[in-house]
Design a protein. Structure first.
Length: 114
C-alpha cells in the first residue's frame, strides 16, 4: 500500500498506461563546504515581524543538519532565540557585530550587511 500513497502524487496527471510506475524526484542536499570557503552575510531585517529586529545570516552552503548546528551555536553564544531553516539563520535582536566576530573566530568568511 505504501507504493500507492496518493499524497505524494498530488501534482501528477492521470495516466492510462497500466504499466505506469510513478517515480519521485530525488532531492539530494549539497555537501557542506568547509568554513573558509563559506561566504556568509550578516544583516538585519524588520519586515513582516511587527517592527522587531532580527539578525539574518545568509549564504550558507551545506546540509540542513550543519545549518542547524551552526544556528544553535550562534544562539547559545548570543543568549537569545532564533531559528535555522531554508538556508538562513535567524537570531532575535540586533547582534550583527557579535555574530560576525563569532563567525570569523570559527573560521568562516563573514561580512556585515546593512
Amino acid at each position: 500500500m505504501a507504493d500507492n500513497d496518493w499524497k505524494k502524487r498530488l501534482g501528477v496527471v492521470f495516466s492510462t498506461n497500466p504499466d505506469f510506475q510513478y517515480e519521485e524526484e530525488s532531492r539530494s542536499e549539497q555537501e557542506t563546504l568547509e568554513p573558509a570557503k563559506q561566504n556568509l552575510i550578516v544583516s538585519i531585517d524588520r519586515k513582516g515581524r511587527g517592527g522587531k529586529q532580527v539578525t539574518l545570516v545568509t549564504g550558507f552552503v551545506g546540509t540542513a543538519d550543519d545549518l542547524a548546528d551552526l544556528g544553535r551555536t550562534l544562539k547559545v553564544k548570543c543568549g537569545v532565540g532564533g531559528s535555522a531553516k531554508d538556508g538562513e539563520i535567524t537570531i532575535q535582536g540586533d547582534f550583527r557585530d557579535r555574530v560576525t566576530s563569532l563567525l570569523k573566530d570559527m573560521g568562516y568568511k563573514a561580512k556585515r550587511g546593512n
